[in-house]
Design a protein around this ligand. Structure first.
Ligand code: C5P
Length: 286
């Protein structure tokens, strides 16, 4: 590698997320619509003698083997037929996507790392795509981008015609939600509903089934969804397992106004745009 390789890892929102049931592998069966957005992390991959290492500008982001980038490095290294632990490369991660936010940051970083290492160690792109699903259910989506239907664990992908461009307001509460925990709350509440009244069947397509269980523990979520709708969002919902709530707006002005109105000491707001598949693939270097 003559100079550093820079790769962007874009975030996603879930325009809808239906939980269809539990699976024998501990995961949940989903029907979700992923949408890429402009918010992104940046990975800088450079040659440096010695064992592989990762640095990150966000002190809350793990820079040890708990970070999926480490696992991505180990898997591609092995796929390249090399022995031992990965070496002679260092990654610097500029973190802009908040952690435990339902925006797919960790998964997108892993996908970007897989692409970079594949190029570096000359592994076929098709092979690293196969590894993607083993690192996390959301990781394969980040090889596609744009508007995509996800079935199974969210890793059986069906690219859809891209939704029209929209301005996106992200409202980031000052707490995160672990994905595992959110699905656990869905299980607990469904069991409770079954025990008491048999549960409800809502077949509306554009909703997030994890929103209710998360909002039951973090009522701020519900208030943010209403506030975004009142501020003019034509669609507002929690993304993934939270804690981010997004609102879609027709104009940048309306989005910026809503973002200023909703910012408070207990939450941060960001304005970004949706990315369609060609934009995503060009910017992510796919
Ligand atoms: O695949 P990933 O490691 O990102 O998932 C984190 C956790 O979220 C899983 O261990 C599982 O508990 C939960 N999950 C789930 N069903 C999915 C995706 C994630 O139960 N479809």
């Amino acid at each position: 590698m003559t100079s550093a390789m820079r790769v962007r890892a874009f975030a996603k929102i879930n325009l809808s997320l239906r939980v269809l049931g539990t699976r024998s592998d501990g995961y949940h069966e989903l029907r979700t619509i992923f949408q890429s957005i402009g918010l992104h992390d940046t990975l800088t991959v450079r040659a440096e003698r010695g064992p592989f290492y990762l640095t990150c500008d966000d002190p809350n982001c793990p820079d040890d083997t708990a970070n999926l980038i480490w696992r991505a490095a180990a898997r591609v290294w092995r796929a390249a037929g090399r022995r031992g632990a990965p070496r002679d490369v260092a990654v610097d991660l500029k973190k802009r996507i908040p952690l435990a936010a339902g925006l797919g940051g960790g998964s997108s970083d892993a996908a970007a790392a897989l692409r970079a290492f594949a190029r570096l160690w000359r592994v076929d792109e098709a092979r690293v795509r196969a590894i993607a699903g083993e690192l996390g259910a959301d990781v394969p989506y980040f090889f596609e981008g744009g508007t995509v239907l996800g079935l199974g664990r969210g890793d059986l992908l069906f690219p859809l015609i891209d939704r029209p461009a929209a301005w996106v307001v992200l409202v980031l509460p000052n707490f995160g939600v672990s994905t595992k925990e959110a699905f656990g709350w869905w299980d607990a509440d469904r069991k409770h509903a079954k025990d008491t009244k048999g549960g409800t069947k809502d077949t509306k397509e554009t909703r997030n089934d994890l929103e209710e269980p998360v909002a039951a523990r973090h009522p701020q979520i519900r208030r943010i969804v209403s506030a975004l709708r009142n501020a003019g969002a034509w669609h507002a919902a929690m993304s993934g397992s939270g804690s981010t709530v997004f609102g879609l707006f027709l104009s940048r002005t309306a989005a910026s106004k809503a973002a200023s109105a909703l910012a408070s000491p207990s939450r941060r707001t960001l304005v970004t745009r949706t990315l369609n598949r060609p934009q995503y693939q060009r910017l992510a270097g796919i």
